[in-house]
Unconditional design. Structure first.
Lengths: 235, 309
């Protein structure tokens, strides 16, 4: 569904991403794991059109989206839940969800989808008229994910959804990601928390210093000595 | 230095309240466009006052040379202001809005544009002041409480009505519409807005258009207040507008309204109650601004970044 080929991205003279290639097949969860600064967020930003890659191609559903503007990419069905929960703090929960559907025009269906999200996340329903900035970290992440779903994406990009959350909340978030995938949305998950990511992913790519250094099924990555030493720790 | 007999005169008090509110309403409308553009884009658009000045001339052309009624002049001026502001966005601001651009460069750019606009106006209309034709409004004022009572001119009435309509309309646009939500999203984070599929450049153009429309309305309203249209009229209101915006809290819409009304009242009361008050109305207004900022450095309604636009 998504194919990234020989992508390189520079920040000034620094090459943050160097010639990486990977694929996300339809219906799967693929994870991009790696330490802070490995180039994961840069990769996602390039896919979403926030950054212009120096070289390489990004193909989504057979179309070359490498130079598309972000709003056109979102319209094509690629939604991103950005790092740090990127909710709009001064807007209400309900307004955040409505803006999630900004690319859609079907008012009645949008209303239904908002109700569905409220059904899925009762905490958001209770707080619908509160400012999003007043939510707890976990609630903000739920809102960010719910909002991205409002665009009816074919594929969801998630940037560090576990960042800054308590372990019990992290489990809930990953369970939600698994459910979203079961309902038919393809997922590209970027994570530092490799243990958690590998539990729900079908396939994984390991990034280090801007390169993909290892890839395989979640099982293979988990049992690779290199990855265990680099990220997963002992035991 | 204060005339004691005036202090005990209730009609005089009410009269100055009316005059002050009308003056303040014009400041508020002017400041709204200013603060909107700042709140959404973090740009201090110092060409806002020149846009305002050109709009007053546009209204003058429509009403004096084409003999159109006031309402046509007002609408033409608002449309003209919107278009001028959009042109400014494309010429003076968008080319500078690249990643990593110096924060102050849009402001410098707007100063340059402003100087050019004033020069063009001087070339086109000469530095002499123009007046709206006397026939656009009934010159006979309304009296509340008989001819000894409070005098309200049709111009003042129109200023108050138009500014209330504009404030309500702006509030509705920002708070209740899809476009308004997109404007607030862009104001909070352009990156987050883009990821929602919002075309940020389009939202910026809309924001400039709305800001220009407000400058256009203010241009006609100040014409009704002072009937004094000249290429330098922008510089008279520019500092006041900036002061009002800061007083209300940068980027804060309610703050601009309250700040504008407050400044209008302070100026009017200074003139009314102090001997030669018009000589130091600006000094007193800015001393009060300074004192308010000492107590509330983010302005009356400023809550850091949280309550923008």
């Amino acid at each position: 569904m998504l194919e990234v080929a020989n992508l390189s991205v520079n920040y000034g003279s620094i090459e943050a991403v160097r010639d990486i290639s990977f694929q996300v097949p339809e219906g799967k969860i693929v994870t991009l794991i790696g330490a802070n600064g490995a180039g994961k967020t840069t990769t996602l930003s390039s896919i979403s059109g926030l950054l212009r890659p120096g070289r390489g191609k990004i193909i989504f559903q057979g179309q070359d989206i490498t130079r598309w503007p972000t709003d056109q990419i979102v319209r094509a069905g690629l939604a991103q839940v950005a790092e740090g929960r990127a909710i709009l703090s001064p807007l209400t929960v309900a307004e955040n969800l409505e803006l999630g559907a900004f690319v859609r025009r079907d008012r009645a269906a949008i209303r239904q989808d908002i109700d569905r999200i409220y059904g899925q996340f009762p905490r958001l329903a209770e707080r619908r008229s509160q400012l999003a900035g007043s939510l707890s970290g976990g609630e903000q992440q739920m809102l960010a994910i719910g909002r991205a779903l409002m665009a009816q994406p074919k594929m969801l990009l998630l940037d560090e959804p576990s960042m800054g959350l308590a372990p019990i909340i992290i489990n809930q978030v990953f369970e939600i990601i698994r459910q979203i995938n079961e309902q038919g949305t393809t997922v590209l998950l970027v994570e530092q928390n490799a243990n958690k990511a590998l539990k729900i992913a079908d396939y994984a790519y390991v990034m280090e210093s801007g390169r993909v250094t290892f890839q395989g099924t979640a099982e293979e990555v988990r049992s690779s000595t290199h990855v265990v030493e680099a990220f997963l720790g002992k035991g | 230095m204060v005339d004691a007999s005036l202090l005990t005169n209730p009609v005089y008090l009410l009269q100055n309240l009316v005059d002050g509110l009308a003056r303040g309403a014009v400041y508020a409308v002017f400041a709204l466009g200013f603060t909107l553009i700042f709140g959404v884009l973090d740009i201090v658009n110092l060409a806002h006052a020149s846009t305002f000045m050109w709009c007053a001339f546009a209204g003058w052309v429509v009403m004096s040379l084409l003999n159109m009624p006031l309402i046509v002049g007002l609408l033409a001026s608002m449309l003209f202001g919107g278009l001028v502001a959009v042109v400014l966005e494309f010429v003076a601001f968008r080319p500078l809005r690249q990643e990593g651009a110096e924060r102050l460069s849009p402001m410098i750019s707007s100063i340059g544009v402003s100087i050019i606009m004033v020069s063009l106006a001087e070339a086109a209309f000469s530095a002499q002041t123009k007046k709206f034709p006397s026939g656009v409004l009934d010159p006979k004022p309304l009296y509340i409480g008989g001819t000894d009572g409070v005098r309200v001119s049709w111009g003042q009435l129109l200023i108050v009505v138009v500014s209330i309509v504009l404030m309500v309309a702006l509030g509705y646009l920002i708070r209740r519409t899809r476009t308004g939500m997109a404007i607030r999203a862009v104001a909070y984070s352009q990156r987050a807005a883009r990821l929602l599929g919002i075309n940020v450049n389009r939202v910026v153009v809309i924001t400039f258009f709305v800001g220009g429309v407000l400058a256009g309305a203010a241009g006609i309203l100040i014409g009704l207040l002072t009937n004094n249209i000249s290429p330098s009229m922008g510089s008279d209101i520019e500092l006041r507008g900036l002061a009002v915006v800061i007083l209300g809290g940068l980027g804060n819409i309610e703050g601009a309204v309250v700040g504008g009304l407050l400044l209008g009242l302070v100026e009017t009361f200074t003139i009314a109650y102090f001997d030669q008050g018009s000589d130091y109305k600006d000094a007193i207004a800015f001393i009060i601004l300074f004192l308010i900022l000492l107590i509330r450095p983010n302005g009356l309604f400023g809550r850091q970044e949280a309550n923008r636009a």
